[in-house]
Every structure is written in structure tokens, then in C-alpha cells.
Design a binder for this molecule. Structure first.
Ligand SMILES: Nc1nc2c(c(=O)[nH]1)N[C@H]1C(S)=C(S)[C@@H](COP(=O)(O)OP(=O)(O)OC[C@H]3O[C@@H](n4cnc5c(N)ncnc54)[C@H](O)[C@@H]3O)O[C@H]1N2
Ligand code: MOO
Length: 396
């Protein structure tokens, strides 16, 4: 059974806020970096193989590289990484029929070798090897896996560790990726302590790790993170001196005597794209752009509300700046009861039970324990009913 909240909620719809954050930003300019340095970033251009994989004809088994029919006379040993003496000797003909070299998996097969006979399939007696060549040659030919010029990964893909390794394997030294958006985080509040045990009336900061994690998974990075007192002058200076692409401010989003952020943004000529979202929690969140092009994301100070805002505005904004293609949010059937918001959206923690997401109890705007126990946060419009599908936000 659903209950509904009595307090009205104003602002942009949750869906429009999420889409606005996603669609207002363009990807940052591309740059060329090594595949390893590109990990976690988004390809601005496709990656094509610069060299074949394998790069040379290589033994796929430990045994004997042979030419012609057996028995074979063994004339050498080639280990992985070693140059073939036969090729080094520049004998154009390479391995001749009736001869063999002992060879290790991964070693370059000498020219003229027709197959590798695994140790298990032959017998050696002095310098003579006898055995039968099966139907498989056990030689990986250059380019068997990837030919020069073949597509390794298309533009818009995240450079995962595997994409980076595949690029390196194919001889790629630089890839073109979008610049990573740099986040500056200002944690406001006289009562907030960044480390150690809080005294009476104080709270430990909940935001730094969450913002770092959300930034990281969206393809951005927190460059600077610092605490700021509730002083309007200090905040004005900090907002003006900001470096980075996106300024994230936690707290100071509401109407209190110490909440200066939104009036300072007006004073400084910032353009609001989202000013309040019709959702609970997280209603006072906002997204604005300074005249110099820097983005500002305002996270409400209540920690669960701030987490919701980080997923509603910050994550899609950073993903767009990082060049990630837009993808619809995953959905699942959500069961249980929730306090729906008339004319707005409830963001509620859920845990998976098979394919169904079950609503968890709790989830007030201040505490994070319910979200910590959740697999995702469900986005519940006011017409949601028990068992119907809802969009899901991954909990960082
Ligand atoms: N008169 C009104 N009061 C409030 C309204 C309103 O509409 N009218 N909205 C409420 C809602 S909803 C929220 S959410 C909060 C937003 O408050 P602020 O963003 O201005 O944040 P603060 O007032 O500084 O702090 C609120 C709360 O959060 C704690 N906090 C702040 N920063 C942190 C941090 N880094 N780590 C952990 N906890 C933090 C702070 O101690 C307060 O308890 O306003 C309501 N009020
Ligand atoms: O919506 Mo506030 O953002 O409830 O805590």
C-alpha cells in the first residue's frame, strides 16, 4: 500500500532535471594519450590495429616445428623471445623437409615450418624425432586474430582495461579520448568536520567519498576538494576563484541564514538550468553555469538528499562532458510500499530479489544507512503502483 506525502513539492520534474543535466553539456575536446593513460575515458575516435595480432607466426604448443613428413632431424631449439637461428642464418629456404626445431609456445616459428607437433604426439631419440602430424598445425599465423587496420573499439566506448590491453596488443601507441572533466568540490558548513571524531553539534563529512566515486564512474575526476565555512565572503571568493570544469558545492542550498550559495550564484550572473527538482529527497538541488563556462552543481546538505542530487545532476553532467553516449537508465519491477510525492518523484532504496527490486524501509533525507544496504535507488513517479517498473540509479 502506498502513502503520499502532504507537503507540496515544486521545481523541474525529476526526469527533466536528469535529462537537462545530460543534454546541456557537450563532450570536452579530445586529446591523444597512451592506451593505458586513457583507461576510464571515452574514445573520441575509433581504435584500429597498427600491427597484426599475433605480430609474427608463433608456436601454439610446446613441441617441434617441423617441415615435411617425419622422422625429423632436430637442428635447434627456439624459446619464446629468441630469434630463430635458422632465420637469423639467412637461409632463405628456412626449415627444410625432414628437419625440425624444438620450440616453445609463443616462440616465432622459423620460415619453412609447416606445423608444430606437440611433445605428447612424438618421441625423441637423440637428434631424431618421430611422430605424426595431426590435422591441426598448432601455428598461430601473423594476423590470425586481428589484421592491420581492423577495428579494436569504436568511438564512444569506454577505454576499459581490456580495450587498453587489446589496443596495446595491436601495436597502438596513442588513442584519441575526450578530456576528463575536472571537479572541484567545496564542502560547506561550519558544523562539518572533515576528519576525526565530531564534537557536539558537529557532523563528519559524508560527501567527499561519494562525489569522488560518482565522478570517477562517470569518467571525471575530483581535482580539488576542500572545506569552506558558512561565510558569504569566503564563499564568494571560492566560487570566483574556482578551477576545473565543474564546481560541486555541498550544503548551503536551502533558505537558512547561513545558506548563501544560491543568492551568490544569482549575484555572480550564473545561469540556472535546474533550480529545485520536484523530488524527495533532494528537492533544493540545482545546476547552473557561470558566465566563464564553469558548471555548478548544488547538492543539498542532508546526506541522502545530496547523494540523490549527485545521481540526478552530477553524474549525467559529468558523463556528457566525458563524452559518454547517452543510454537509458535500467528498469526493474519494484515491489513494496513507498511514500509517494504528489506531482513529484520519490527516490527510494531497493534491493534485488531475483529480477524484482524490493523497496527497503527507511531512507529519510539525512541518513545513509538505507542507501548503504541498497543495490539501487528506484525512481518512483506519483502514479507508481506496487509491482510496476521503475528506473534505477546505481548506488556508488
Ligand atoms: N525553511 C526551509 N528549510 C529547509 C528547506 C526548505 O525548503 N525550507 N529544505 C530542507 C531540505 S529538503 C534540505 S535537503 C536541506 C538543505 O540544506 P542545505 O543544503 O542548505 O544544507 P545545510 O543547511 O548546510 O545542511 C543540512 C543538513 O545536512 C548536514 N550536512 C551538511 N553538509 C554535510 C556534510 N558534508 N556531511 C554530512 N552532513 C552534512 C547538516 O549538518 C544539516 O544537518 O534544508 C532543509 N531546510
Ligand atoms: O529533500 Mo531534502 O533534499 O529532503 O532532504
Amino acid at each position: 500500500m502506498q502513502t503520499t506525502s502532504r507537503r507540496p513539492v515544486t521545481g523541474l520534474s525529476w526526469a527533466d532535471a536528469h535529462t537537462t543535466a545530460r543534454d546541456s553539456a557537450h563532450p570536452l575536446p579530445p586529446e591523444e594519450v597512451s592506451p593505458d593513460a586513457a583507461r576510464g575515458r571515452i574514445l573520441a575516435a575509433p581504435v584500429h590495429a597498427c600491427s597484426p595480432v599475433p605480430a609474427f607466426d608463433a608456436a601454439a604448443m610446446d613441441g617441434y616445428a617441423v617441415a615435411g613428413r617425419g622422422p625429423w632431424t632436430v637442428i635447434g631449439l627456439i624459446l619464446a623471445g629468441a630469434e630463430s637461428e635458422i632465420d637469423a642464418g639467412n637461409r632463405r629456404s628456412g626449415l627444410r623437409a625432414g628437419f625440425a626445431v624444438e620450440i616453445a609456445t609463443g616462440a616465432a616459428v622459423p620460415g619453412g615450418a609447416e606445423a608444430v607437433v606437440p611433445y605428447e604426439d612424438c618421441r625423441r631419440d637423440g637428434v631424431v624425432v618421430t611422430g605424426t602430424r595431426g590435422p591441426r598445425k598448432h601455428i598461430r599465423r601473423a594476423g590470425d586474430d586481428v589484421a592491420v587496420g581492423a577495428l579494436i573499439a569504436e568511438a564512444g566506448r569506454v577505454v576499459t582495461a581490456t580495450v587498453a590491453a587489446a589496443a596495446v596488443q595491436a601495436g597502438v601507441e596513442v588513442v584519441r579520448v575526450h578530456r576528463r572533466p575536472v571537479v572541484e568540490l567545496l564542502v560547506t558548513g561550519d558544523e562539518v568536520v572533515m576528519s576525526g571524531r565530531p564534537g557536539h553539534g558537529q557532523v563528519r563529512d559524508s560527501f567527499t567519498g561519494i562525489v569522488q566515486s560518482v565522478a570517477d564512474r562517470a569518467g571525471g575526476a575530483v581535482g580539488i576538494s576542500r572545506h569552506l565555512s558558512d561565510d558569504a565572503g569566503h564563499m564568494r571568493t571560492a566560487l570566483g576563484a574556482g578551477r576545473g570544469d565543474v564546481l560541486v558545492v555541498s550544503g548551503s542550498s536551502s533558505a537558512g541564514a547561513a545558506d548563501h550559495l544560491h543568492s551568490l550564484l544569482d549575484e555572480m550572473g550564473a545561469e540556472w538550468l535546474v533550480r529545485g527538482v520536484a523530488c524527495r529527497p533532494g528537492h533544493p538541488q540545482g545546476l547552473a553555469v557561470f558566465p566563464d563556462g564553469r558548471w555548478v552543481v548544488s547538492l543539498p546538505g542532508n546526506p541522502y538528499a545530496g547523494l540523490v542530487a549527485a545521481l540526478t545532476l552530477l553524474e549525467p553532467l559529468l558523463a556528457a562532458l566525458a563524452g559518454r553516449p547517452s543510454r537509458p537508465l535500467p528498469t526493474a519491477s519494484v515491489t513494496g510500499s513507498a511514500k509517494l510525492v504528489p506531482g513529484g518523484t520519490r527516490i527510494a532504496p531497493v534491493r534485488f530479489s531475483g529480477p524484482v527490486a524490493e523497496l527497503l524501509p527507511g531512507g529519510g533525507s539525512a541518513g545513509l544507512a538505507a542507501a548503504a544496504g541498497a543495490d539501487a535507488l528506484a525512481v518512483l513517479p506519483d502514479h507508481w503502483t506496487d509491482g510496476s517498473p521503475a528506473q534505477l540509479l546505481a548506488v556508488p
